[in-house]
Write a protein that binds this ligand. Structure first.
Ligand code: CP
Length: 321
């Protein structure tokens, strides 16, 4: 694969979708597309990141994001090092910033960071010389998830502009919802959010979305149904009367899906809670559900992000040791 021009992606980090232009997003999706093809070949290896060092710092649990970033780095030829809070000096009381500055001294080219606190990844990015990719911070942002969702939609529907996308469930605690709302509106899609009032942030309309509390109205004639997990780990107190009642009103089943377009796609970022936000048969419907495809796209999108951030420029030390 040919090297990109250094200024093809005019951003030092990828912390949020906000601030990206339609051209930035289109360029990342086009590059990801080439990696989808590459990843389906027997030989998946590239040398775009040969000699580069990638640290994956996961201070919160992850299956999809962590493994796909590791695979992505390895397929591009980078040296990838994984670190979690468990087993690191954070357990001995070292701060996040001291940890970042310690790793910075080892001359990495890119840090991929997941953290339970909103804003922690942006703070860390101010302290290091290399590129930083946000792999999910609190309920704030998950930009690579939005990019992989967009790639999945674009491959199936041929476009993003003009599509009606219903994002349903726990919007309040969801970084996936925030990043998807930003990306989809930048690219000209119409976004609806569908949730009980207790699971919506105040003034969500300001993000340019339609708000619905009823699944029938929210899903009517939509092209995409994106379901979200109830993030009980971020909840203090009860946000829904019971799981049974939540499923009755907001769980996606074939009855609720019937009002969407006949060819509406079903998406879920994972991890799924079957029987809570989605019926198990709907989740596994090979004609409608693209949940497994989202996972595949995740590797390609993360390869593209690593490529543009770590493959096109050298570190420029700023003396932050
Ligand atoms: N979608 C997502 O971020 O999944 P993981 O928590 O498994 O990374």
């Amino acid at each position: 694969m040919a090297l990109l021009e250094p200024h093809a992606f005019p951003h030092r980090h990828l912390l949020t979708i906000e601030g990206l232009s339609p051209d930035d997003i289109t360029m990342l999706l086009d590059l990801s597309e080439s990696y989808v093809a590459q990843n389906r070949q027997l030989d998946k290896k590239q040398s775009v990141l040969r000699g580069r060092t990638q640290f994956n710092l996961f201070f919160e649990s992850s299956t999809r994001t962590r493994t796909s970033f590791e695979i992505a780095g390895k397929r591009l030829g980078a040296d990838t090092i994984n670190m979690s809070a468990e087993g690191s000096a954070i357990k001995k009381g070292e701060t996040l910033i001291d940890t970042a500055m310690t790793l910075n001294a080892m001359q990495p080219d890119v840090l991929v960071v997941r953290h339970p606190e909103s804003g922690a990844v942006a703070l860390l990015a101010q302290k290091v010389d290399c590129a930083v990719i946000n792999a999910g911070d609190g309920s704030h942002a998950h930009p690579t998830q939005a990019l992989l969702d967009a790639l999945t939609i674009r491959r199936r529907k041929g476009r993003l502009a003009g599509l009606v996308v219903a994002i349903c469930g726990d919007i309040l605690h969801s970084r996936v919802a925030r990043s998807n709302i930003e990306l989809l509106t930048i690219m000209g899609a119409r976004v609806r959010v569908v949730a009980p009032p207790t699971l919506l942030p105040s003034a969500i309309e300001r993000l340019g979305v339609e708000v619905h509390h009823d699944m029938r109205r929210g899903l009517e004639d939509c092209d995409i149904v994106m379901m979200l997990r109830l993030q009980t780990e971020r909840m203090q107190g009860a946000f829904v009367p019971s799981i049974r009642e939540y499923y009755h009103f907001y769980g996606l089943d074939y009855v609720k899906l019937a009002v969407a377009k006949d060819d509406a796609l079903i998406m879920h970022p994972g991890p799924m809670n079957r029987g809570v936000e989605i019926d198990t048969d709907v989740a596994d419907d090979i004609h409608r559900s693209v949940i497994r495809e989202q996972v595949e796209m995740g590797v390609a999108v993360r390869m593209a992000c690593l490529h543009v951030l770590a493959g096109t420029r050298r570190n420029e030390p700023t003396g932050r040791l």
